[in-house]
Design a protein around this ligand. Structure first.
Ligand SMILES: Cc1ncc(C[n+]2csc(CCOP(=O)(O)OP(=O)(O)O)c2C)c(N)n1
Ligand SMILES: [Mg+2]
Length: 411
């Protein structure tokens, strides 16, 4: 049950309550997890009569995925403050309905391209929690062998095209993926329809030039690309309304209106309602897959934490935070599933227990995994290791003992 003041889960469900792990020599009991939780409140939700129809299986998948995203991020906060992660870490708490609503509507052959707020996008696209957590710990078993870290998750096998520290950098990468899938089908005759790419980015990023260049190209070539704007109202400490001009003279600088200016549909959706997000996603995916071209989807959402774990989050008002906390997408879906008999309390508990096990397991795996060898730092820098130059004695540097022990190509 949700507690009105406390966490999403006031108590760890099932038999995992007594489990504990060793981290850095300190025995950490799972109870300490609540300290690091994102504070959720019971939302004033009514059963949504106009909610789009989904099967119980889909609803349970969405619930699992959103709870996984929330619990994984809360665990990241705990591990960050325990010194297990380095650099900036941007959490996704509050925005889960966007990731789950869009990415879980994609097929495995489709692509997702992210931002620096990328852990949950990676999880929704099927990158195992173990690999994401190990990447955050900088371990060799991470999805980028520990060389990417929080902002640079990538998984070729899951068609997850990466996180990007520079805002807007992922959009042209996503566009390129959409281009290749159209090229393969139309020019090389592979397959009967297109793999679809969804690229994610924030409201602040919509004032970066690459966004407009990509809107233009996607529309010009009718690419199977979905632009997903996660409008959480803030770009670090800059309010969207303050930083962005309005297209039609009204107060609210609505981003979705930029779609039609480039010849593509623009859709505004409640990004705190996963079923609504999924509904618009399915429509955009079907259009993209069948050659109807791109869509711009603006999801109105909110992050429940500061910009990064280094941000004290003092600029946003208490009232604003409370208003969005009351629209938390996770309890909303839970309540909907219970009231429509899509799931029982025991189904819900079972999902939550499975999530806890996956998150606990990811931490144990990451903690016990080996660090990369020192020489790995020099891999994947030049395609040809001779690019590292000549060392004293006339040999190529890569020929020196200990240069690299891994996968750098040697021709
Ligand atoms: C090209 C570039 N300029 C500036 C920054 C610094 N920066 C990091 S996050 C951010 C704000 C982005 O806000 P938004 O797109 O709304 O995404 P959100 O953090 O809200 O998810 C800025 C300006 C950057 N990372 N890259
Ligand atoms: Mg933002």
């Amino acid at each position: 049950m949700l507690s009105s003041k406390g966490a999403l889960f006031s108590k760890r469900p099932g038999n995992v309550t007594s489990k504990s792990h060793m981290w850095g020599g300190a025995k950490v009991s799972s109870d300490s997890r609540s300290v690091f939780r994102c504070q959720a409140v019971v939302p004033a939700v009514k059963p949504n009569a106009s909610a789009p129809a989904v099967t119980p299986e889909v609803a349970k998948d969405l619930y699992y995925d959103m709870v996984l995203g929330r619990e994984f991020e809360d665990m990241c906060a705990q591990m960050y403050y325990r010194g297990k992660m380095f650099g900036f870490v941007h959490l996704y708490c509050g925005q889960e309905a966007v990731s789950s609503g869009i990415i879980r509507a994609l097929e495995s052959r489709d692509y997702a391209c992210s931002t620096y707020r990328d852990h949950v996008h990676a999880l929704s696209k099927g990158v195992p929690a173990r690999e994401v957590m190990a990447e955050l710990f900088g371990k060799k078993t991470g999805c980028c062998r520990g060389q990417g870290g929080s902002m640079h998750m990538f998984s070729a096998k899951n068609n997850f095209l990466g996180g990007y520290a520079f805002i807007g950098e992922g959009i042209p990468i996503g566009l390129g993926a959409a281009f290749q899938s159209k090229y393969k089908c139309d020019v090389l005759g592979e397959g009967n329809d297109y793999a679809v790419t969804a690229s994610f980015f924030g409201d602040g990023t919509c004032n970066v030039g690459q966004f407009y260049e990509c809107l233009n190209m996607a529309s010009l070539y009718k690419l199977p690309h979905i632009f997903v704007v996660e409008n959480n109202k803030w770009a670090i400490g800059m309010s969207h309304a303050r930083a962005t001009s309005s297209s039609s003279g009204d107060q609210d600088p609505l981003i979705y209106r930029k779609g039609p200016a480039f010849g593509m549909p623009g859709v505004l959706v409640d990004g705190m309602d996963v079923l609504k997000v999924r509904e618009v996603a399915l429509e955009a995916i079907a259009r993209a897959r069948s050659g109807g071209g791109p869509t711009l989807i603006e999801c109105e959402t909110y992050r429940f934490r500061g910009h990064s774990l280094a941000d004290p989050d003092e600029l946003r008002s208490k009232d604003e935070k409370a208003a969005y906390a009351a629209r938390d997408p996770i309890p909303q879906l839970k309540q909907y599933m219970l009231e429509t008999s899509m799931a029982t309390e025991s189904d819900i508990k079972d999902i939550e227990r499975r999530v806890m096990e996956v998150v606990d397991d990811s931490v144990k795996f990451a903690d016990e995994s080996p660090k990369p060898e020192r020489g790995q730092l020099l891999e994947n820098v030049f395609p040809d290791p001779r690019g590292f130059g000549i060392a004293d004695g006339g040999r190529y540097r890569y020929e020196l003992p200990g240069f690299s022990s891994g996968t750098a190509a040697v021709s």
